[in-house]
Design a protein around this ligand. Sequence first.
Ligand code: ATP
Length: 288
Amino acid sequence: MESDTVIRKAYAKINLGLDVIRRRPDGYHEVKMLMQTVGIYDELGFAKNPVPGIHIVTESQEVPVNEDNLIYQAAAAVMQQYSLKTGVTVCLKKNIPVAAGMAGGSADAAAVFHGLDALFGLGLSSEDKSKMGLRIGADVPYCIMGGTALAEGIGEKLTPLPSPPGCHIVIVKPDISVSTKWVYENLHADRLSWHPDIDGMVASLRQNDLPGITGRMGNVLETVTVPAYPVIAELKHKMLELGAENALMSGSGPTVFGIFADDRDARKAYNHLREIRLEKAIYLTELV
Ligand code: ATP
């Protein structure tokens, strides 16, 4: 059924584990990542517009409103594939930190597939959305699905997993931006001396074993970002001092998250980290 307006949330992700297996001859990296949705989200409103085209409206100064925005690219893909002639307006309330390793752009693109599906009553299957999504970005199929998942291949081979036991997450985005492209270009995938035990994490998830998961957290992209941005190591260290089970950089960074088993420890860490002002943005949140 069609609707006049549709609102969708676009949830951010963290990587509980991120391994790079190899650089493929085509330049893409083969990865093995444990993805987890968290409770930070952008809000997207969709409405038909008699003026043809894709109109993006946002107060955020950090994202483009033209065809460089992944929202635009996702909307254009749907409109072309289903020959939609009416224009659309997409209003974006940006809460996910930008260029932070939390897949904000991919999450927005995923929300566009859900949103336009509902707005125009297209009846798209998850597979239809994923196929179009993968052309926009490797993380988009995961964002379409959400939850806890193992992502392999270039990120598109997804295995849904049970969510980790209840815990609390402090997320800090330092006041620097890191380009994903720069991180992968500077990664020496063939020279990594250590790989996180992603299979062990998957087994721990299946056993509902939080220490088994947190004890194996690791992200090989830290080999690039930590030497260049010492604030990442500093934040991880602080989180551990403040009682985190473990702390890690998410994706290509620079965002750092800490997992806390205890609600009061998480709140204390959140308050403390806010006071020392190492951050551009800080959140206390849960797994979704
Ligand atoms: P990932 O974790 O997938 O590497 P990220 O969190 O590092 O993603 P994004 O926030 O998705 O990075 O943004 C990366 C770049 O993409 C930004 O510099 C921004 O200009 C551009 N961009 C395009 N569309 C969007 C969008 N809807 N939201 C955020 N950034 C966008």
